[in-house]
Design a protein. Structure first.
Length: 202
């Protein structure tokens, strides 16, 4: 029942804003993550690869910029060595960025905050995986900045940098500071695209 109410409110929100927006987009996005972490007690940290997948909605308001909100599943973490043992942090998040977006022709620049919800966390070493979700906070907070390119056939590309601002280690359990960082490369497809001018064929 709650899910139906939330879905109804979201659709109503989209209808209201799309009626006043100069541009409106609703679509899917996905791609690769190159993620790492800042650990204040460990040096030589390396990045790990993962993927992200989700959706987005964009409203171009009757002012200079628009708002793009997203929700997507994201694989993050890092790899490091402790006493010559290689360990890998594997973290899964549901990320919700709310971004200011400004379009310049087919290009756009976007930036803003991102809120993360931890869904799973483990550390792997010597083919053994241990759950560490209880050692981390359930929320993350980051700053996002990126550029996008609109392509034909409702497609688009995005390159983005995500800088974690919050210590995700639970201070009651770990005496260390951990912050997430990653580069993202995304491909998007707009299911609905209103107000975008198409090039006229000669």
């Amino acid at each position: 029942m709650i899910k139906k109410i939330l879905l109804t409110n979201f659709l109503l929100f989209c209808v209201i804003f799309s009626s006043v927006a100069q541009k409106f987009e609703l679509g899917l996005k996905g791609g690769g993550n190159f993620a790492t972490q800042k650990l204040n007690t460990i040096q030589g940290i390396q990045s790990v690869t993962g993927f992200h997948l989700g959706g987005f909605v964009y409203f171009k308001l009757p002012i200079l910029f628009g708002i793009q909100a997203e929700a997507y599943y994201s694989q993050q973490g890092s790899q490091f060595s402790v006493n010559q043992i290689i360990k890998t942090n594997n973290l899964d998040y549901i990320n919700i960025p709310v971004l200011i977006r400004n379009d310049f022709g087919p290009f756009n620049f976007h930036f803003g905050p991102q809120f993360g919800i931890l869904t799973d966390a483990s550390v792997s070493f010597n083919n053994v995986k241990n759950n560490i979700k209880n050692q981390l906070t359930s929320r993350d907070f980051s700053l996002v900045a990126g550029i996008g390119l609109r392509l034909p056939a409702r497609l688009g590309l995005t390159i983005r940098y995500v800088k974690g601002l919050k210590n995700i280690s639970d201070p009651n359990i770990l005496n260390t500071e951990t912050k997430n960082t990653m580069f993202q490369f995304s491909v998007k497809y707009s299911l609905i695209q209103l107000g975008v001018k198409k090039k006229k064929k000669d």
